[in-house]
Design a protein around this ligand. Sequence first.
Ligand SMILES: Cc1cc2nc3c(=O)[nH]c(=O)nc-3n(C[C@H](O)[C@H](O)[C@H](O)COP(=O)(O)OP(=O)(O)OC[C@H]3O[C@@H](n4cnc5c(N)ncnc54)[C@H](O)[C@@H]3O)c2cc1C
Length: 378
Amino acid sequence: MIATDVHESLRQNVRRMVDARIRPNAIEVDELAEFPERSMAAFRELELLGLAYPPELGGGGGDLISQVIVLEEVARACASSASILLTSWAALTPIIAFGSDALKQEVVPKIAAGEQLASFCLTEPGGGSDLPGLKTRAERVDGGWRLHGHKRFISNAQHSEWYAVLARSGAPKEAAFGVFLVHKDDPGLSFGAQEKKMGMRGFPTADVILDEVFVPDAHVVGDPARGYSYMMDTLTYTRPLVGAHALGIAQGALDASIGYTAGRTQFGSSISKFQMVREMVSDMMTAVEAARSLLYRSAEIAPVNDERARAFASMAKVFCSDTAMKVTTDAVQLHGGNGYMRDYQVERMMRDAKVTQIWEGTNHIQKLLISKYAYTTI
Ligand SMILES: Cc1cc2nc3c(=O)[nH]c(=O)nc-3n(C[C@H](O)[C@H](O)[C@H](O)COP(=O)(O)OP(=O)(O)OC[C@H]3O[C@@H](n4cnc5c(N)ncnc54)[C@H](O)[C@@H]3O)c2cc1C
């Protein structure tokens, strides 16, 4: 197993915090569709927002496996709360990897301290899958760039201080893109209405509108013509994180199903004694453990960041999210009518699981990437 004793001790600490501070609020967070401030307070106390950043930037110096473990454990109880961490971690990945030292010093320490959050802005109303077709443009002006465009379905929108925006920095047909860091107080930045979602209701999603927003050169990440390749590198790290988030949901649904079937009686016997029930639980557990193995493998090789690592990141994202959807659906089935009711949590997990097959590149798009890699191996 790739996880070390240090990782296991992190898992136990986070699990204790989740049981005490996050699990008890999970139903309410979903029902009220409110930002989970109590989860944020708990993340701050355990210094989780800065977990993987270098110590000189106020971070904990953790690795990708540590992030995977934290997301699994938080999403196991409350996927909305885990999404707050996932989004901020994903948004800072290109800045940590490609940003200037001055930019990192300006942005990272406050996020590491849990005082601020960051968002990741790729998708537009015209589409999320066709990323090279994006329309948001960055025009060169004196001392910086002027951004104009519209980003759709942005996680943590309005709650984040910083927005990492992918925009076209060359001529319309040129394949030049930059990553621009926009501050929430920059003139010209505004937000659409909060989306009303099927699941993940406890964390915010809204459009980000850029109306001639000036971004100084100091807030451009690396080379303004290489943003697309920065994002592709970033996704090798962030797709395992999306997989970990999905796997946590699946694990939570499996836990709930084992507990419920052990306690529920029909025909004078625990339903856990019925072979068809046992088969379902066995298939769920096998899928969860298979997903975990692939996920940890993808996290282990992500730092290599070659074609294979990218394909593994996509495989982990697909397998963990498909597992989350299947396992949560089966969990509702195993709970019978109770599974359909909000009090029993598994219906929330099923609603939360769906988006993991859609965001960060739909599973169709991941399969295109995996198959492209497959044909390079012959
Ligand atoms: C709750 C939520 C939060 C989100 N958060 C963020 C965020 O923080 N930042 C961000 O940038 N985006 C975010 N997104 C957007 C998300 O990444 C996109 O929705 C996703 O990439 C799909 O893009 P789309 O919605 O435009 O669907 P489309 O691209 O229009 O796809 C529609 C369907 O067509 C399929 N399809 C498209 N092209 C192909 C192809 N070539 N081959 C086969 N099938 C194809 C897709 O798989 C899908 O089934 C979020 C979305 C949601 C729902």
